[in-house]
Ligand binder design. Sequence first.
Ligand code: PMV
Length: 330
Amino acid sequence: MFTRQEAVQTLLRGRPRQPRGEAAAFAPANIALCKYWGKRNEELNLPITSSLSVSLGTLGSRVALAAGRDRDTVELNGQALENDSPFAQRTLDFLDLFRPNADVRYRVAANNTVPTAAGFASSASGFAALVQALDKLHGWALDARSLSILARLGSGSACRSIHNGFVEWHAGNQADGMDSFAERLDATWPAFRLGLVIVSGEEKPIASRPAMKRTVETSPLYGGWPVKAARDLEELRTAIRDHDFGRLGRTAESNALAMHATMIAAWPTVLYWLPESVAVMRRVATLRAEGLDVYFTMDAGPNVKLLFLDEDTEAVSGAFPGLQVVAPFW
Ligand code: PMV
C-alpha cells in the first residue's frame, strides 16, 4: 500500500529539500455544505465521497515556521506546548514527513481565530496553513493541487482550506490518492452569510478520525450515505450557480442531518449533540416556519452553524444573541 511518505516523495521529487530561515502562511477554516464522512484509505485520508465547503474568509489559522538545529518546539495561540501533548504530537508527526534529515528541527507557532477542536475545523485551517508555510520555508513552489494533496495527508478536510470561497474536494479513485484534491468553484456570492452558534467550547468527546471509522464499520445507515452525498453535491452545485438560497439551505441542512443519523446509529453511538444544540435546531425550524430564510449545518461537535443571506442578518442575530457572523466573500 502507498504510504504518506511515498506520497510526499512523489510530490517533492526534484524540489529543494533544505529549509531556510522563516516563513508564515494563513489559511481559512471551512464548513462543509456536503460533508466528508468516511475514508476508503485511513493512511492517506482518502474519502469515500466527494464533498463541498465554503471557506470562512479571515477566520482560520496562521502558522509561522522556522528551521533550526537544537529541538522542535510547538506553540499554540502564544502558549508553548509539551511535545507529547496531542496537538504537538500530531504536528511533529506530520513534520517528520518533510525533514530532510534527523538534525533538521522546526519551530512552529500556530494561532487560531476559531476555537480549537470544538467542531470549527481548526485542524483543517491549521494543516493547510502549515503546508503553505512549509512550501515557502523550503522554496518548493508547489501548485495548488499538490498543496491540497499534502494538506489532506494532515487532515482530510484540510485539502479544502487551501482555497477561499466555495470549494469541492474530488474524492478520486486512484489508490495513491493523486486524484483526490480540492478545487475552488468558479462562483462568488457576496450576500452569503454564516453564523456561528457556540454552545460549547469544550473539546469534543471523540475525534473525527475514530468517529468516522466506527460509523463506517458499525452503522447500519452508512450504506445510504454515498448515494445521498452524490445527490446533494449535484444540488449544491446547481444552487450555487443559480444563487438559489432555499435550495442550498435545504440541501446543506438535510446533508448534515443525514451524516449525524449515520453516526448516531453507530455502536457505540457517536452523539455530538448537546441539549443546547437541539434547542438551536428547533429554533431554526420555528424561525423558518415564521418565514425567515435560515438553515443550519453541524460538524463533528456540538456547535451549530447557521446559513442565511445578508438581508436577514439583523433578524437572525436578534434570534441568536452573541451570534458570530461571517461574510465569506468579503
Ligand atoms: O478532516 P477531519 O478529520 O477533521 O473531518 C472533518 C469531518 C467533518 O467536519 C464532520 C465534515 C467535513 O466535511 O468537514
